[in-house]
Design a protein around this ligand. Structure first.
Ligand SMILES: [Zn+2]
Length: 505
């Protein structure tokens, strides 16, 4: 339902410059579907719900959608979560998508941002993979919202210049970063321009770190929305801007699941803040593109790259590890190396074995997502990307190409950042990245009869859990059994392997 409320202009009838408030929610969960069945396993931790997606829907997505909160905030809904929600709770999904349409009807601009597809840490990806992640994120957005995205949320706000430049090349005009990602101190109450290559640029909004942290981690901050608007928010406005009549924006960016799941009742806090609390105390609730239209960035900023919002160690948290996670994080570098070597193999085979069927295999990969998800026909895909402007004459060659494209899809999934975020290897998130990699191995095997398992599993032995001493190879061997035509049997570990493992450890 369209909200007809006219937000009051805080400048009207007052002596001060307008103050705007934007709340951005990053709605996303690590994908946990079994890549062979594409089903979510039962998750005992979520009892009485069948799994965490169900639990979080009840606690967060549903109540926020019912309260009309998505209409008032800025948000991104991760593609893998959106796909699940669309299927499992189409009504909730539709309310979230409609919020963007309502904003377009009210203001001429939407309030949803796209997300790089697999929640990959883009500065750690090569240029080709960055491009695919961005293009897939944009196609997913176009399919769901019926328009081109103008903003993109980057996983963990991880950024480097190449990533931003690719965003600009694909027509994305803004993103959100943490203030410490700027090379010099910034005033987060206004957006900035980042200069890129060949005259391109992008607008960057820096969120208010103390307030975003407060909403995320401090219960007292969010116990009362009126109090928050009356006493916390004004302290973060720039006094000189107030006095000179200049507009300013307070942006609070957090994980969306905070509003009701991580913290019960924060959906109510959000509802009251955006509908009543903030407007009552002179703040106009606003979204980012709308703000950018009214008050475009005028100042430029240089960035500290690579960097991310989680900590001050660049992107080391997802690469070689950093001191922000407990215990020995050397498993992260080993797991990443194994996945990167596997990707090198699957990429080489993909390029080699699709040369005779695809005009440009990498352009075809970028165009593959809508085809695999059934949003575009296979016929139109082959017309645009087939080497001979159509499918190969030999149906076996067509089948092989599609299996290799699907292997590429799962190779991309295997770099989901959640696998590297937490402290230990022996957790569901790294296990899932290994499971995605195994699916890519299986598809390559089905396409070509080439088994990439032995090398991959051998490399995984170097990644070791400091908590349980399980290695990546042990975790691989524990994955659910699949049909013999999907994967060849894995040789049992040899005695000398065990010795070697001990030496490595
Ligand atoms: Zn760190």
């Amino acid at each position: 339902m369209l909200d007809q409320k006219n937000p009051s202009d805080p400048a009207e009838g007052s002596q001060t410059g307008p103050a705007y408030l934007c709340l951005h929610g990053h709605f996303y969960q690590p994908p946990r579907e079994d890549p062979f069945t594409e089903l979510l396993p039962i998750e005992p931790g979520a009892t009485p719900f069948a799994n965490y997606n169900e639990k979080i829907t009840t606690e967060c997505y549903l109540p926020n959608a019912e309260a009309g909160n998505f209409d008032e905030i800025n948000y991104d809904l991760g593609p893998t979560l959106a796909a699940w929600l669309e299927d499992a709770h189409p009504d909730v999904y539709q309310r979230i998508i409609d919020a963007d349409r309502h904003n377009i009807a009210r203001y001429g601009v939407g309030n949803a941002m796209a997300q790089a597809y697999n929640h990959t840490i883009l500065p750690l990806a090569n240029a080709r993979d960055k491009r695919t992640q961005i293009v897939w994120g944009l196609s997913d957005f176009r399919h769901r919202y019926g328009r081109d995205a103008t903003g993109m949320w980057l996983a963990e706000t991880a950024v480097d210049i190449e990533t931003l430049d690719l965003l600009a090349q694909y027509g994305v005009s803004y993103t959100i970063l943490a203030p410490w990602q700027a090379a010099t101190p910034v005033d987060p109450t206004e957006p900035y321009i980042v200069r890129l290559l060949d005259g391109r640029s992008i607008t960057v909004f820096f969120y208010n770190a103390p307030l975003s942290g407060g909403v995320s981690f401090d219960w007292n901050t969010t116990s009362n929305a009126d109090l928050f608007a009356a006493s916390y928010l004004p302290d973060h406005l720039v006094k000189s801007k107030r006095e000179s009549g200049e507009a300013q924006l307070i942006l609070i960016a957090t994980d969306g699941e905070l509003y009701g799941h991580h913290k019960p009742w924060r959906d109510k806090f959000l509802e009251h803040l955006v509908h009543t609390g903030a407007p009552s105390f002179g703040f106009e609730v606003c979204t980012l593109e709308r703000y950018m239209r009214m008050h475009p960035a005028t100042k430029e900023v240089a960035l500290r790259v690579p960097s991310a919002w989680s900590c001050g160690h660049g992107v080391a948290r997802w690469d070689t590890g950093c001191e922000c996670t407990e215990g020995d994080s050397s498993w992260k570098g080993k797991l990443r190396q194994a996945l990167q070597h596997l990707a090198m193999h699957t990429d080489r085979l993909f390029e080699q074995y699709t040369a005779e069927t695809l005009a440009d295999p990498w352009a075809a990969r970028n165009a593959y997502l809508p085809v695999r998800n059934g949003w575009e026909t296979l016929e139109s895909f082959w017309t645009s990307y087939g080497r001979h402007a159509g499918p190969p004459a030999d149906p076996l060659l067509e089948q092989r190409t599609l299996l290799l494209l699907e292997a590429q899809y799962y190779t991309q999934c295997s770099f989901t950042s959640c696998g590297f975020f937490f402290e230990d290897l022996d957790r569901i998130e790294p296990r899932n990245d290994i499971a995605f990699a195994r699916r890519a191995i299986s598809l390559t095997w089905q396409a070509l009869g080439i088994d990439l398992q032995p090398d991959f599993v051998n490399e995984l032995r170097a990644a070791k859990s400091w908590r349980s001493s399980l290695t990546g190879a042990d975790i691989y061997r524990q994955l659910p059994i699949v049909r013999p035509d999907q994967l060849p049997p894995l040789p049992l570990p040899q005695a000398e392997d065990v010795d070697e493992e001990e030496n490595i450890a």
